[in-house]
Design a protein around this ligand. Structure first.
Ligand SMILES: *Cc1c(COP(=O)(O)O)cnc(C)c1O
Length: 336
């Protein structure tokens, strides 16, 4: 039983079949019909003109940053976004840009602060070249559309492009009960993961305008991401979009059930203000290593980060697994 992440999900039988039968070509020549179909499909779903298949969400975000900026520019990011926390300082390394951190209020910007962070014309200052959003946020929240709209309108007022890290945008749309387009409209470019809750083995798609994607295609090559007969992987991505979007709600419902069960144990504080999607965050009153103890019971969760645990529901765990997890946690807390 693996609750560490939704990235651990295995491809479905239909994905494996699609991979086996995929029509392929050399994608660096633009000749892979399966990749072309996936890119067009994702672009259409997001309401953008074009898409680019890339190896990972990390790659996608960095390719977007490289495409939106020039060396020496500055990008505005939330202090707790994936780009800052989990991408190895790549904006500085790969694109030569500085990150200007904004305070995060549960994954939302303070618009007045962002206004102050946008640079002026002074020659001492770097150019503000990009503002990044994240939805769903890695903290478990689906960010309300109004919050995105405010940042989008501010950015447009200053003629600054907006990139959305939409690794879990389908989870966000499910939680917000809207179409993904309603979220994507507040960004010039969007990065979407196929390999998380959607359960494809590999891959993300970056979408945006035709001109942006043409330039991103060159940057993907610079980053070493020009892949050849990659339709074998893209085929699983197409199935992910066809089969796996509508079931995300099941993950969210099960996560909510898990939250209620954890609440019931006592000595556990569930972060209900961030329980919008498939991730349950909580802290323990007892000072024990819950992850290590659960591993003895063959249950995997990540270790605590800053004292907080995260359990991620995904398509490869079901309600019986969650019930077993609850029993195991009860025993561990009772015994400690
Ligand atoms: C997982 C994730 C990414 C990166 O995706 P990888 O495919 O693991 O590189 C980017 N942003 C967010 C918010 C994520 O959750």
């Amino acid at each position: 039983m693996d609750f560490r992440s939704d990235t651990v999900t295995k491809p479905t039988e239909r994905m494996r079949q699609a991979m086996l039968e995929a029509l392929v070509g050399d994608d660096v020549y633009g000749d892979d019909p399966t990749v072309n179909r996936l890119e067009a499909m994702m672009a259409e779903m997001m309401g953008k003109a074009a898409g680019l298949f890339v190896p990972s969400g990390h790659f996608s975000n960095q390719c977007a940053i490289m495409t939106h900026t020039r060396r020496g520019d500055e990008i505005i990011v939330l202090e707790d976004c994936h780009i800052v926390l989990h991408e190895c300082g790549a904006p500085g390394l790969l694109s030569g840009v500085n990150t200007r951190l904004a305070r995060s209020d549960l994954g939302e910007y303070d618009v007045e602060e962002v206004k102050r962070l946008i640079r002026g014309d002074d020659i001492h200052e770097p150019r503000t070249a990009l503002i990044c959003l994240e939805n769903a946020h890695g903290n478990g929240r689906a960010i309300p559309l109004v919050a995105m709209k405010e940042i989008w309108e501010l950015a447009k007022e200053y003629d600054i492009p907006v990139h959305l890290d939409g690794a879990r945008i389908f989870n966000a749309a499910t939680a917000l009960e809207c179409n993904v387009r309603d979220i994507a409209r507040y960004a010039d470019s969007v990065s979407i993961c196929l390999s998380k809750g959607l359960s494809a083995p590999i891959g993300s798609v970056l979408v945006g305008s035709a001109d942006f994607i043409a330039r991103a295609r060159r940057n993907r090559k610079i980053m070493g991401g020009g892949m050849r007969q990659v339709g074998v992987i893209a085929a699983a991505g197409i199935v992910a979009l066809e089969d796996m979007v509508d079931r995300l709600d099941d993950d969210h419902i099960l996560a909510n059930y898990l939250g209620i069960q954890l609440d019931d144990i006592g000595g556990i504080q569930v972060a209900w203000d961030r329980l919008d999607i498939n991730m349950v965050f909580f802290t323990l009153e007892q000072d024990i290593d819950l992850a290590a103890k659960l591993e003895d019971a063959d249950i995997l969760i990540n270790g605590a980060e800053f004292g907080e645990y995260r359990i991620v529901i995904n398509k490869d765990v079901n309600k019986e697994d969650v019930d077993r997890l609850i029993i195991a946690i009860r025993e561990i807390l009772g015994a400690a």
